[in-house]
Design a protein around this ligand. Structure first.
Ligand SMILES: *Cc1c(COP(=O)(O)O)cnc(C)c1O
Length: 456
């Protein structure tokens, strides 16, 4: 005789399982329409009220009214921004996670979760060449990953440079660093030395030149490199920047949220060797490592230092830090700006273990190969041209003679026709077309249809 809300309605359970089964079996997952289909406010009015409604009816409302107004990020036709292409096993296991009452906060509550998540983190750290003992936690995304890592970097840098006012320490970043890095530095109230680059790639030479020219250079405490820019897929000079940081006792942070997944690529992994110098490194499994949202791997070279800076102290939490077991202290909550957390690394771990790492290599490679094939097709086409060579899995192209408005109109029409979701971007001030490949089931036929649609 519990509370009615906690009764299990097996019949409705089956309805939900059937819905999920249907979703999972869609091949390909359709794009749907996102913001192109408006939901009039009357449709939402009064839904939340004192008396409940039949869950079947609410699910049906979701299916028919809300779901079509979502561009499905896991559709192989989703080539905008950075897509998300979770494996079937990762989605299935996410359902297990949802139903398992897991709190991924601490060792005391869920050592079985922490062990598996840490296995996945250690695997990624090994692939990236970081030393044994590296570790951290899965956080919600690259933005929180960058913020957490740079918080640690800032505090460590302030201690190392007591001669400076703590507000004066700076990070060297490139103009092409992700917006979340700028936002993190804003939150941290730390200035940056913005380094101008040649062709948008941050190199050791550019860093040295910028430092040389800056009389305040001694207050630079760290370097932020991007392993695959979001707009263009450019990998910074990780080896050069990392080497410089090591030689000069600067914190080296590598933002590989999107691109570092290409560590798994047969053709491009060499670009990432410099991550071995990183003090902190992030990669988003919810981008190109085929896990569901929201999942970023945040890895520190020296997790103890990160814990000192970020672990939350409160009397009710003391019990989490008073173990005897040598791993007892591994609380994922200690390594980022968060406390309660879902076990968001587990769907990735499950997919990695069940599919095997070789499948990750071939799947990552598919996107790079298709980007290169797309470049060939664009080169053959008289009304299109490449803006710059494809990098990793990103293609920037120009439709000769088109205005920004024309690109936008085309993008909406392409989505309305359900061929693909491709959005324009800006490159050196100019509006251009951009395709970001990621899903291994995106095809050359799809690209041909997109190219055809650009005839206009
Ligand atoms: C996507 C991205 C981020 C932000 O990651 P979120 O998971 O969206 O918060 C940071 N850096 C780079 C390079 C990215 O591509």
């Amino acid at each position: 005789m519990g509370h009615e809300m906690f009764d299990f309605d097996a019949e409705f359970g089956d309805v939900v399982f059937d819905y999920c089964r249907e979703r999972l079996s869609l091949d390909p997952v359709p794009l749907d329409y996102g913001g192109l289909i408006e939901i009039p406010p009357e449709k939402m009015a009064g839904l939340i009220r004192p008396e409940g409604r039949s869950p079947e009816a609410v699910l049906d409302f979701f299916r028919t009214t809300l779901a079509p107004s979502v561009v499905s990020i896991d559709s192989p036709g989703f080539l905008a921004f950075i897509p998300n292409a979770p494996t079937k096993n990762s989605l299935l296991f996410d359902m297990v996670v949802a139903c398992s009452g897991l709190n991924g906060t601490s060792w005391l509550e869920s050592s079985g979760v922490v062990i598996a998540e840490n296995q996945a983190l250690t695997f990624l750290a090994d692939v990236a060449g970081m030393p044994s003992g590296s570790g951290g936690a899965f956080v919600s995304g690259g933005s929180i990953g960058n913020l957490s890592a740079l918080t640690v970097a800032r505090d460590v840098g302030r201690v190392k440079r007591p001669e400076f006012n703590p507000r004066e320490v700076r990070f060297a970043v490139s103009e092409d660093a992700h917006s979340s890095v700028g936002k993190a530095l804003h939150v941290l109230d730390v200035e940056s030395l913005v380094v101008a680059t040649d062709d948008h790639r941050f190199t050791r030479a550019a860093l040295e030149a910028a430092l040389e020219a800056d009389p305040q250079r001694d207050n630079v405490i760290g370097v932020v490199a991007t392993a695959g820019t979001t707009n263009a897929g450019i990998v910074d000079d990780l080896e050069g920047l990392g080497g410089f940081a090591r030689e000069n006792d600067l914190w080296f942070h590598v933002d590989g949220a999107y691109g570092a997944a290409a560590l798994f690529s047969f053709t491009h992994r060499d670009l990432f060797e410099g991550i071995r110098h990183a003090d902190s490194f992030i990669v988003d499994p919810h981008k190109w490592l085929f896990a569901p949202l929201d999942c970023c791997a945040l890895i520190y070279r020296n997790p103890t230092v990160a814990r000192k800076v970020l672990a939350q102290q409160a009397s009710y939490l003391d019990v989490l830090h008073e173990g005897t077991d040598e791993h007892y202290d591994w609380n994922p909550s200690d390594f980022a700006i968060h406390l309660s957390r879902r076990a968001r690394g587990l769907p990735f771990w499950f997919s990695l273990v069940s599919n095997g790492t070789a499948a990750y290599e071939t799947a990552v490679q598919c996107a790079i190969d298709l980007a290169q094939r797309t470049e060939e097709l664009i080169d053959e086409c008289d009304y299109l041209e490449m803006v710059r060579p494809s990098s990793l899995s990103i293609v920037l192209f120009r439709r000769k003679g088109w205005s920004p408005e024309r690109y936008l109109q085309w993008s909406h029409e392409l989505l309305a026709s359900q061929v693909a979701f491709v959005t324009p971007t800006k490159w050196e001030g100019e509006t251009v077309g951009r395709m970001a490949f990621l899903h291994p089931n995106s095809t050359e036929e799809m690209v041909r249809a997109i190219i055809e649609s650009l005839r206009g």
